[in-house]
Design a protein around this ligand. Structure first.
Ligand code: DAS
Length: 183
C-alpha cells in the first residue's frame, strides 16, 4: 500500500462532466467518473482515487432530496477515505455547499465541491486544475470542513478553498466566477 491519502470523488454532473454538443453548440452531461479520471491522470499522482456516479444532472435540477442523498453518500465514504470531492454544476454549487455544511456539522475530514466553467473536453477547461488543486489540498492539509475549490484568477495559477456558506458564483463564464462574500 502506498503512503498517499485516499479520496473518493462523487459525481453529480454539471459542466465538469460535460462535452460540447457540436449539433447545438451547447454542452451535454456525458462523462462517466471513469472517463474523467482517465482524462486527468495527474490526480492519481497526488492521491489514490475511488470514484462513483451519484447523478448526471444539471445543478439547476438539484433539490432538497439530493442534498440528503449526497450527505448520506459522503458519510458512507468518509469513514473509509481521507476526504471527498463532489463534482457539481456551478449554478447551484454554492447552495449545495451551504446545505451540506449544515447537514454535516462536526466534520473531521474535508469535503470539497468542485465545478468547471468550461466542459472537460476543451483544451481551455478549468476542470483539471480545479480537481487537481482540490486533491492536492486534501493531500497536504488536515482541513475538516465543507469547502469549495475553484480558480482564483483567469489563469491556471491558484485555486482558492472557499467557505461553504459565504461563497457565491458571480459570473456566468469566467474561471474566477466564485468569490467569497463577507468573509
Ligand atoms: N447548467 C450548469 C449547472 O449544472 C452547468 C455548470 O455550470 O456546471 O449548474
Amino acid at each position: 500500500m502506498n503512503s498517499k491519502k485516499t479520496i473518493t470523488i462523487l459525481h453529480t454532473g454539471g459542466t465538469i462532466a460535460s462535452k460540447v454538443d457540436y449539433k447545438t453548440g451547447g454542452v451535454i452531461a456525458r462523462y462517466t467518473p471513469e472517463e474523467l479520471l482517465y482524462k486527468f491522470p495527474e490526480i492519481a499522482h497526488v492521491v489514490n482515487v475511488k470514484s462513483r456516479l451519484i447523478r448526471n444532472m444539471w445543478s439547476e435540477d438539484i433539490n432538497f432530496k439530493h442534498y440528503n442523498l449526497l450527505a448520506k453518500e459522503i458519510l458512507k465514504e468518509l469513514h473509509k477515505v481521507d476526504g471527498v470531492i463532489i463534482t457539481h454544476g456551478t449554478d447551484t454549487l454554492a447552495y449545495t455547499s451551504a446545505a451540506l455544511s449544515f447537514i454535516l456539522e462536526g466534520l473531521e475530514k474535508p469535503v470539497l465541491l468542485v465545478g468547471a466553467q468550461r466542459s472537460s473536453d476543451r483544451g481551455s477547461s478549468d476542470a483539471p486544475f480545479n480537481l487537481i488543486c482540490a486533491a492536492k489540498f486534501i493531500a497536504e492539509t488536515d482541513f475538516g470542513e465543507v469547502g469549495i475549490c475553484m480558480h482564483e484568477s483567469m489563469s491556471d495559477d491558484n485555486c482558492l478553498i472557499m467557505p461553504a456558506c459565504k461563497t457565491r458564483k458571480l459570473h456566468s463564464s469566467r474561471r474566477d466566477a466564485f468569490k467569497v462574500v463577507n468573509g
